[in-house]
Ligand binder design. Structure first.
Ligand SMILES: Cc1ncc(COP(=O)(O)O)c(C=O)c1O
Length: 382
């Protein structure tokens, strides 16, 4: 065989990876990109300066491995959580990694794996299922209501039936924006302990944009509960790749069994510490984005779209007979939104006021596509 003809199918890859597609939100060069739930505001200049200072200092020591346990960073993250999360958290409760994706991967390597099962309520963040697959963990899709909320009875029944080792609860949920009330998470935790015991991972990637409070206080007395967070959204630092979790110290000990040594570079740690020094400024952008999110919800409804209640920095809207056709038409107008594969729906991230105006102008021209019965999608990816 000619070397240039060799494809992935010719390699001895694991059976469960054969024929599968990688995560791939399109990264297209268009004027308005509202498709990956990023924060549209660049970091403020004083923070950029502070990052440069901290990274310059870190560079002087790059001949050495970084602090393997990232103690200073975990202390800073614990202070942030304590200040904003309504629950005292110490560095022993916090673990950090390269994006919350790596946190989730470490959790699945520790508590999932071959012969074990993870369950999430779909549509939800597609990487939960993809990372499960990558770690050899079986994946089960649990139910959501027509309005995308979680019914504790139906969700609890799925847990009792499948007896998963790891349960994901994403709140606010991506791509729907739906928040999950604390009582529901408590009911699911009880169901997971009765059927398992299982770890329950509450993915709070978007919680800073929520109308309600963080579920951090639920950690009290619940060693099998984990709250995962990220600096990619509210902190406006998706390029940094910094995610973290809060949990019982035993969970922090457990993930250290699978983490690569020195997984978090000294440059990453220095940058994240600089960002934490500017939390107050960064959270002001969050307030602005919440206002823009609410404006998008109201304007889309006025135009006649069906809009899912959102507690995040994005909005799910529809319904369309073929959402991909509408996705393309919005793109033709210079605005990139996301087709997550949810039948008849699309998702738009709240951008700057000007970006949101461009989006609203585009969808204002497409109202004739609204209201049709959606057809099922090919593949889901949030
Ligand atoms: C629900 C949810 N969790 C986690 C992540 C991963 O974020 P990161 O790896 O950038 O921290 C995302 C990213 O979009 C998300 O939507």
């Amino acid at each position: 065989m000619n070397a240039t003809d060799i494809t992935i199918d010719d390699l001895p890859v694991r059976d469960e990876l054969r024929g599968k597609s990688p995560y791939g939100a399109p990264q297209l060069d268009v004027p308005v990109r509202l498709n990956t739930n990023e924060n549209p505001y660049p970091l403020p200049e004083p923070l950029v300066e502070r990052i440069a200072e901290r990274v310059r200092e870190a560079a002087r020591h790059l001949n050495r491995y970084p602090d393997r346990d990232a103690v200073e960073l975990r202390t800073g993250l614990a202070e942030y959580l304590t200040k904003t999360g309504g629950h005292p958290v110490g560095p022993e409760n916090v673990w950090a990694a390269n994006g919350s994706n790596e946190v989730i991967q470490q959790l699945l390597q520790t508590f999932g794996g071959p012969g074990r099962t993870a369950l999430g309520f779909e549509p939800s963040y597609s990487m939960h299922a993809l990372i499960a697959r990558g770690t050899g963990t079986a994946w089960v899709s649990g139910p959501r209501g027509e309005d995308f909320t979680l019914d504790p009875a139906a969700a609890g029944k799925a847990i009792a039936e499948h007896r998963p080792d790891v349960v994901f609860v994403t709140t606010p949920n991506n791509p729907t924006g739906t928040a999950v009330p604390a009582e529901t998470v408590l009911a699911l935790y009880e169901a997971a302990q009765a059927a398992g015991p299982a770890m329950v991972v509450v993915d709070e990637a978007y919680v800073e944009f929520s109308h309600g409070a963080s579920l951090l206080p639920l950690l009290e007395g619940r060693p099998n509960l984990v709250v995962s967070r990220t600096m990619s959204k509210a902190f406006g630092a998706a390029g940094l790749r910094l995610g973290y979790l809060a949990a019982h110290p035993a969970v922090v000990d457990a993930v250290q069994l699978v983490r690569l040594p020195y997984h978090l570079s000294a440059v990453t740690q220095a940058t994240a510490l600089a960002a934490l020094e500017h939390t107050d400024t960064l959270l002001k952008y969050v307030e602005q984005l919440k206002g823009e999110r609410d404006r998008l919800v109201a304007a889309l409804r006025t135009l006649g779209y069906d809009v899912t209640e959102s507690d995040a920095n994005f909005v799910q809207f529809g319904t369309f007979a073929d959402s991909h056709v509408v996705w393309r038409k919005i793109l033709d107008r210079g605005v990139l939104v996301r087709d997550n594969g949810v039948p008849g729906r699309l998702r738009v991230t709240a951008g700057t006021p000007a970006e949101n105006d461009a989006f609203l102008d585009a969808v204002g021209e497409l109202v004739s596509y609204v209201g049709a019965t959606p057809t099922p999608p090919k593949e889901q990816s949030a």
